[in-house]
Structure formats: structure tokens, C-alpha cells
Design a protein around this ligand. Structure first.
Ligand code: FEO
Length: 396
């Protein structure tokens, strides 16, 4: 059987998930996701981060196809979240003598999820564990993306098993390594993962990158997405850019519209931004595009223009999740503006103003609220100029 090898004795035993509709039950997965796991075969055998429970049979088949009759000695838990850990109990049943390796914060949540673990080994920052020719070393990466998160560095191969850090959405379509695929697709899916999973803790990600930069790294093997061996500088650059929130020139126009009037306003706003020289103008209907895709572009681009029609004195309901996520993840280095239709009550623009105040949005121009449709020249001009003003601010 053809095995997937990172080195002569380090194997990829992860699985692809093309079934799940929503990651964490709220983020769309049109391209699937992979749950990566790694096996190091030496005098001792270490299994690094298991996978999601629905893929147990395929997973154990892969592990056994490498090991044959050998047993797993150590199960390394870099992260407790169930997309990785929900096969822990099954692995322990399969290999009852395995020692589970984690840090001081690993075991309380793990045992809360899966019950008592008898045979455990608690390691500290920088501690090593010899497997024979291979030596594992552990580094804490708190909040990337849970408090107990850590990475495992294998000293002889200089591979860092980085867990969620450097992970991305998108199942692995035959290509497992970064030099076997078209990177543009995985860049988008990696940024969408970043903006919706670890973007909230961007400062911890910066610290994590600084900590890892002290190591000599030949390969980054995350728990989701591609294994990086040929484009390390590129992926480190992208991750640093997203973590430091260095926005690119572009404007996201996102609207919520019941009868198409606020949608018509969005078209005028977008035209104003484009005429002012912005080539990357992304227009989204918040009722059609799932929030994680919009958040990904908001993370990427500097201009963010949000429009919402009124709904019972409040705003278009589907917009609530997006603005909640913006205020939760707090993307920085942005130029905001808002607009919307009044209908008979008003409320869309007023509600956006509350979120803007709460989230301390950098509003670069006054809001535009239009009665009915944008059919009066005065309203058309205001909307066009709103797009133009944001564009000018974006261009700096
Ligand atoms: Fe992939 Fe935070 O789990």
C-alpha cells in the first residue's frame, strides 16, 4: 500500500471530510476540510493529534496499515477541540497501553469530554520526549486556538506539528504538500479559516509566530489543510500579514435588502468606490453569502461598507450575525461607512450606528439613509460619494 510520508519514518494518516455542511455547525464547508494526523515510527511510536470521530474507521485503517502489528506508545494531544480529539477514546480502546501526552491544561477538558484517562504524561514548555532517533519537543501556544493548545516539534526532521496554526479549510484533493497544488485556492480557504477561527486571537498568533521563529523549521504540518515544505516563507508571510492585520487595497460592500432598494443603493456605492480607483470591490448580499466568506474578505481588504434596510424599526435580521462577528473579531486597519433604506420606520442605519459605536468602527464618512428607493438624484449622489469617500480613505 502506498503510504504518504513526510520523511522515511513520519507518515500522514489524516482524513478528508467532504460530508460535513458546517464546520463547528456554523461555517460553511463547500470545499470540505481535512483532519490531519501524523505517525512517527521509531523505537517508540507516537501518534500526533487524532481526527474527528465520524472518520474513525478510515483513520484506524490508515494507522494500522502503517504499523501492522506494532502498537502506539504515545498519543500526543496538541489541542482538545473535538474536531481532533473525538477519536481519543476509540484510540485508547484500540491501543490500551498508550500513554496520552499533553500539558497542564490538556487533561481537565479532555477528561470532561471523554471520561478518565489513566495513563497520562504531563509535559512542560520546552520539555522533550525521545522516541529513539526522533525527539519531540513541546511548546505552548495558548489560545491558538484554545487555552491548552500547543505544538510539537520533532528535532531530527525539524518538522513542527502546528495544530490549528497554519491550518485552513479545503479538503486535500490528492495533493498533500504545498508544492503539489494550486496555492491560490488554499490561500483563500486558509484566510477564511484564519478570519473565522483564530483571527479573534491575532495577537496570540503573532506571539506564536515569534516563538516558532526561534526554531529551525523545514516543514510545517498543521492539523487542517496543506503540509508546508516548499513555500515556508510565503505561508509565514501570509500568516504574519493576517495576524498583524495589514489590510490590502480593496472595498467590501455588504448589504441586507428585503425588496431590492438597499441592494440598488449598494450598486451605486460600489460604483463610487470603483470610479475612485479601487479595483477590488466585493459586493455581497448578506442573505445569500454565508458570513464566513464575507468575514474573510473583510479581513483582507481595508474598506468595509455596510448597508441594511429597516425591519420593524431595527435592521435586516440577517445582518445581525455579520456585525456581531465584526465586533467579536474586531478586524483592525479598516475604513467603515454605513447606509440603508428607511422603509416606513427607519431603523437599519440607526441599528448599524449602535454596532459601530460598540465596535469603535473607524467611520470615514456620515451614513446615508434613503427614503424608499434611490431614485432621487440627491440620494444617488450621496451614495456614490459615500463609496468614493471610503475609496479615497482606503487609498490613503
Ligand atoms: Fe481544529 Fe481548534 O480545532
Amino acid at each position: 500500500m502506498q503510504q504518504i510520508q513526510l520523511t522515511e519514518n513520519i507518515y500522514y494518516v489524516g482524513v478528508n471530510d467532504r460530508h460535513t455542511d458546517m464546520f463547528e455547525n456554523h461555517i460553511e464547508l463547500p470545499n470540505g476540510v481535512s483532519y490531519n494526523s501524523y505517525l512517527i515510527v521509531d523505537e517508540k511510536v507516537a501518534l500526533i493529534d487524532p481526527v474527528e470521530a465520524n472518520f474513525l474507521e478510515d483513520y484506524l485503517f490508515k494507522v494500522k496499515s502503517v504499523l501492522k502489528d506494532r502498537k502506539v506508545d504515545y498519543l500526543i494531544i496538541n489541542h482538545d477541540e473535538p474536531d481532533h480529539s473525538s477519536t481519543v477514546a476509540a484510540v485508547l480502546r484500540e491501543y490500551p497501553e498508550v500513554q496520552v501526552v499533553g500539558n497542564a491544561k490538556t487533561f481537565a477538558p479532555l477528561e470532561a469530554f471523554y471520561g478518565p484517562i489513566e495513563n497520562k504524561k504531563v509535559i512542560a514548555e520546552g520539555e522533550t520526549l525521545s522516541l529513539g532517533c526522533h525527539t519531540l519537543q513541546f511548546f505552548m501556544l495558548p489560545m491558538v486556538h484554545w487555552p491548552e493548545s500547543m505544538v510539537t516539534y520533532e528535532q531530527s526532521s525539524k518538522i513542527v506539528f502546528s495544530n490549528d496554526a497554519f491550518g485552513g479549510f479545503g479538503a486535500l484533493n490528492g495533493g498533500i504538500f504545498d508544492d503539489q497544488v494550486n496555492l491560490a485556492f488554499y490561500e483563500d480557504e486558509m484566510r477564511r479559516y484564519y478570519a473565522n477561527i483564530v483571527g479573534k486571537v491575532a495577537m496570540q498568533v503573532v506571539k506564536a509566530i515569534e516563538k516558532l521563529s526561534a526554531l529551525e523549521i523545514k516543514m510545517i504540518a498543521p492539523s487542517h489543510g496543506l503540509i508546508w515544505r516548499s513555500n515556508l516563507a510565503w505561508v509565514l508571510g501570509k500568516y504574519t500579514q493576517w495576524s498583524k492585520q495589514e489590510s490590502e487595497e480593496g472595498v467590501v460592500v455588504v448589504y441586507g435588502s428585503m425588496h431590492g432598494n438597499t441592494a440598488r443603493m449598494a450598486e451605486i456605492v460600489a460604483r463610487g468606490a470603483a470610479e475612485a480607483g479601487i479595483k477590488e470591490v466585493k459586493v455581497y448580499d448578506v442573505a445569500k453569502t454565508e458570513v464566513s466568506f464575507i468575514m474573510s474578505d473583510i479581513w483582507k481588504y481595508k474598506g468595509v461598507i455596510i448597508g441594511a434596510c429597516a425591519h420593524y424599526g431595527n435592521m435586516f435580521p440577517n445582518m445581525t450575525l455579520l456585525v456581531h462577528e465584526i465586533n467579536e473579531f474586531k478586524p483592525k486597519d479598516k475604513c467603515y461607512a454605513t447606509f440603508g433604506g428607511m422603509s416606513w420606520s427607519g431603523g437599519g442605519v440607526k441599528t448599524l450606528a449602535k454596532y459601530a459605536e460598540e465596535g469603535k468602527w473607524n467611520l470615514v464618512t456620515e451614513s446615508v439613509e434613503v427614503k424608499g428607493a434611490p431614485i432621487r438624484e440627491e440620494d444617488w449622489d450621496k451614495l456614490y460619494n459615500l463609496g468614493k469617500t471610503v475609496a479615497v480613505a482606503v487609498k490613503g
